[in-house]
Write a protein that binds this ligand. Structure first.
Ligand code: PEP
Ligand code: MG
Length: 554
């Protein structure tokens, strides 16, 4: 039995088979090979299989997303026939007597860099394609299946790291749990695992071991205690199975809370909404009886694609969400690309400090054509339900003024074209200390506030939320953060608007009663946390709790 430690991002127990996602470059080893000819033959065979896979993907995409979007898989097939690429791989194999995987990885990196150095935007965009086909070839050469677990049973996914864009593309029904070697508990990949409600660990310490050797082995993830057991001893397995059965009992208890109002013993009501990143998450939202959607991270629509989603594509998604939620509030956050959420086709310059760089509303305001496409889709879709628009990373009144101008422009265009649209509520995320400090002024300009504690903690404590080495310093219970929440709530109420929390702290059960006492109006959390929070709300007398707190001076 192997026993590894990781950092928990979601509790619970998963028992199943390990599926290694070994597409990370760091796993490509440089091996000395005597028989170069055989290695070149392996490379060509992998090329043929890659073409076949791409043809199948093309046909699937043609049916599902149309010709324009499917064309990318044709382009990839053509790239596999590129003489320069093939010559480079073969030269590295023969010249350096190395394995095909290493030759492909090196060629892929060199070519991607070459494209990135070009001035032309289109050519720079090809860097992502080269990386993609190189990764496909490496996967085939190393005998891996094509990501996730496309066939067979759901599995425990083991990877060096997962980018948010990779995570969203996994077939969620086939994932029992995530275990990654790297990654911070505050990253978007961790947030996605929470949205899926599955046990997950990051920064798992498996030492020098080659993770591919664990592929196919029986394993257990204990998300609650940050443990990953491979080939567990019978007594360990038995104990964890017993705990899993207990967890099922607790889940059954939560089931009985469905349909109940979120009202405290002394009559205080709170809105309990769900965070989603994808239309597929709607099933979790319904299953967990959310009162609405408090944060739809719309950037995941962009991350799943190879090119900008069109107005029509976005409109269909927003309309579906609005219709499915049938009159319940659906807060859609506008594009929050940047930092760890990178889309190659945005061609963003490399930044020294991306968390403080060109991200979120800053991209939208400097590239209004992208923003206006999204606004058009949102305004149009709001005819079909109770959509609210939320703007991320706000720091000041100027941004709000500019947003309002752009919304007006879009409304004018829709009027001229005779296209129907609704009048959604418009709110902002409070996730910068600047927004907190002027929340009295901002509150007069918008319909609601939603506090993004993930970024607010990052910017308040000056701690990069992506840096796993700082996880222990990333203290979202810090009094500075809690005082800021109180300040925002008070300023919101003074201006007659509501204030909620949509960052991960909102789902922290140890703070639910404090948030009630602070007067927080809404909590938006991963769907699996809704019923546990409802249980606390139903059992709390806010007045009494606030009094006790005051008396104890905490
Ligand atoms: C936040 O910052 O708290 C938030 C909800 O947004 P994201 O985690 O997507 O940055
Ligand atoms: Mg944020």
């Amino acid at each position: 039995m192997y026993e590894f430690n990781g950092k928990s991002v979601f509790g619970g127990i998963a028992i199943g088979t390990v599926k290694v996602l070994a597409k990370n470059k760091s796993l490509v080893k440089r091996l000395h090979i005597e028989d170069s000819e055989n290695e070149i033959r392996r490379y060509h065979e992998a090329g043929l299989q890659a073409k076949e896979e791409l043809q199948q993907l093309y046909e699937k995409a043609l049916k599902e997303v149309g010709e324009t979007n499917a064309a990318i898989f044709e382009i990839h097939q053509m790239m596999l026939e590129d003489d320069d690429y093939n010559d480079s791989v073969e030269n590295i194999i023969t010249g350096q007597s190395v394995n095909a995987e290493y030759a492909v990885a090196t060629t892929g990196e060199n070519f991607a860099q070459m494209f990135l150095d070009m001035d032309d935007d289109y050519m720079r965009g090809r860097a992502a394609d080269v990386k993609d086909i190189s990764e496909r070839l490496i996967r085939i050469l190393s005998g891996e299946s094509s990501g996730g677990s496309e066939s067979g049973e759901a599995a425990i996914i083991l990877a060096v790291d997962l980018a948010p864009s990779e995570t969203v593309q996994l077939d969620k029904d086939k994932v029992l749990s995530f275990v990654t070697l790297q990654g911070s508990t505050n990253s978007h990949t961790a947030i996605l695992a929470r949205t899926m409600g599955i046990p997950a660990l990051v920064s798992t310490d498996i030492g020098e071991m080659d993770i591919t050797s664990l592929d196919g082995k029986k394993a257990v993830v204990d998300g609650t205690n940050g443990k990953f057991y491979v080939e567990p001893e019978p007594d360990v397995l038995e104990e964890l199975q017993a705990r899993q059965a207990k967890e099922t009992e607790v889940k059954e208890l939560y089931e009985t809370l469905k349909g109940k109002e979120n009202v405290t013993l002394d009559g205080k009501k709170i809105m309990l909404y769900a965070n989603i990143g994808n239309i597929k998450d709607l099933a979790h939202v319904m299953k967990n009886d959310a009162g609405g959607i408090g944060l739809f991270r719309s950037e995941f629509i962009y991350l799943e694609k190879q090119d900008y989603p069109t107005e029509e594509e976005q409109f269909q998604i927003y309309k579906t969400v609005a219709q499915t939620m049938a009159g319940k509030r659906v807060i859609i956050r506008t594009l929050d690309i940047g930092a760890d959420k990178q889309c190659d086709y945005f061609h963003m310059d490399r930044e020294e400090n991306p968390a403080m760089g060109v991200r979120a509303i800053r991209i939208c305001l400097t590239r209004p054509e992208i923003f206006k496409t999204q606004l058009r889709a949102l305004l149009r879709a709001s005819v079909y339900g109770k959509i609210a628009i939320m703007y991320p990373m706000i720091t000041g009144l100027k941004e709000i003024a500019r947003i309002k101008e752009l919304v007006k422009e879009v409304q004018g265009e829709l009027d001229t074209e005779g296209v129907p649209y609704g009048t959604p509520e418009q709110g902002i995320m409070i996730e910068t200390p600047a927004a907190v400090m002027i929340s009295d002024l901002l509150a007069k300009e918008v319909d609601f506030f939603s506090i993004g504690t993930n970024d607010l903690t990052q910017y308040t404590l000056a701690i990069d939320r992506q840096n796993e080495k700082l996880d222990d310093f990333y203290d979202s219970h810090h009094p500075a953060v809690l005082r800021m929440i109180q300040m925002v709530v008070d300023n919101a109420h003074a201006a007659g608007i509501w204030a909620g929390i949509c960052g991960e702290l909102g789902a922290d059960l140890s703070l639910t009663r404090d948030f009630l006492a602070m007067g927080v109006d809404e909590l938006s959390v991963s769907p699996a946390k809704i019923l546990p929070i409802r249980k606390i709300i139903l059992e709390t007398n806010v007045e009494e709790y606030a009094k006790l707190k005051e008396e104890s001076g905490s």
